[in-house]
Design a protein around this ligand. Structure first.
Ligand code: GLN
Length: 188
């Protein structure tokens, strides 16, 4: 199994380290340019970082259309934080990027003081999943086939729609592989 990680900006290295440790292990491929997409991948991670910068780089490097096409063709994709914003169909007060998932997000949604925090919570049927939020968005609305998977203080912070999974928190910053194993369909 080889997992592509968009590596234009943000915390892709931390994702890479975690994915290599998932049950049974998994190979990784950092995606930085169009040529990298010639190598077949089984799934794709869109990391946290700065969504507006990532969007600009995706377009400038000619990655936007091919990556969007791969997502629409059913490639499993996991967006964390900024990656969540990239997948959302609607971004409050902003423009969508891939727009492939029927959710509306609010960026930097917790205000300055509460911009970064740690908590634990239920994620689907998993208990006490560590959740680190850094200037995080939350999901204001899920529509169509998108289903919420986790909420914190009444706000949706994780959701799934078919091949697309998103979390507003950063699982790569805690030592718990369950969300990755869930994404990759491995036992947990
Ligand atoms: N605030 C960032 C954005 O809007 C997301 C933060 C993150 O990925 N940690 O893109």
């Amino acid at each position: 199994m080889r997992i592509g990680i968009l590596a234009l900006q943000g915390d892709f290295a931390e994702h890479e380290a975690m994915i290599r440790r998932t049950d049974g292990g998994a190979g990784t491929l950092l995606i930085r340019r169009k040529r990298d997409l010639e190598v077949p991948i089984d799934a794709l991670v869109l990391p946290g970082g700065e969504s507006t910068t990532m969007k600009k780089l995706l377009v400038d490097l000619g990655l936007f259309e091919p990556v969007r096409g791969m997502i629409l063709s059913g490639l499993p994709v996991y967006g964390t934080c900024a990656g969540l914003i990239l997948l959302a169909r609607e971004v409050e007060g902003g423009e969508p990027c891939f727009g492939t998932m029927d959710i509306t997000v609010k960026r930097n949604a917790y205000g300055r003081q509460l911009g970064s925090f740690f908590t634990t919570g239920d994620f689907g049927d998993m208990k006490d999943v560590p959740m680190t939020f850094i200037r995080a968005p939350y999901i204001v609305r899920t529509g169509g086939k998108a289903v919420p998977l986790a909420s914190v203080n009444g706000r949706i912070v994780a959701a799934r729609e078919g091949n697309q999974l998103v979390t507003a928190f950063h699982p790569e910053l805690n030592d718990d592989l369950r969300v990755y194993n869930y994404f990759l369909g491995k036992k947990r």
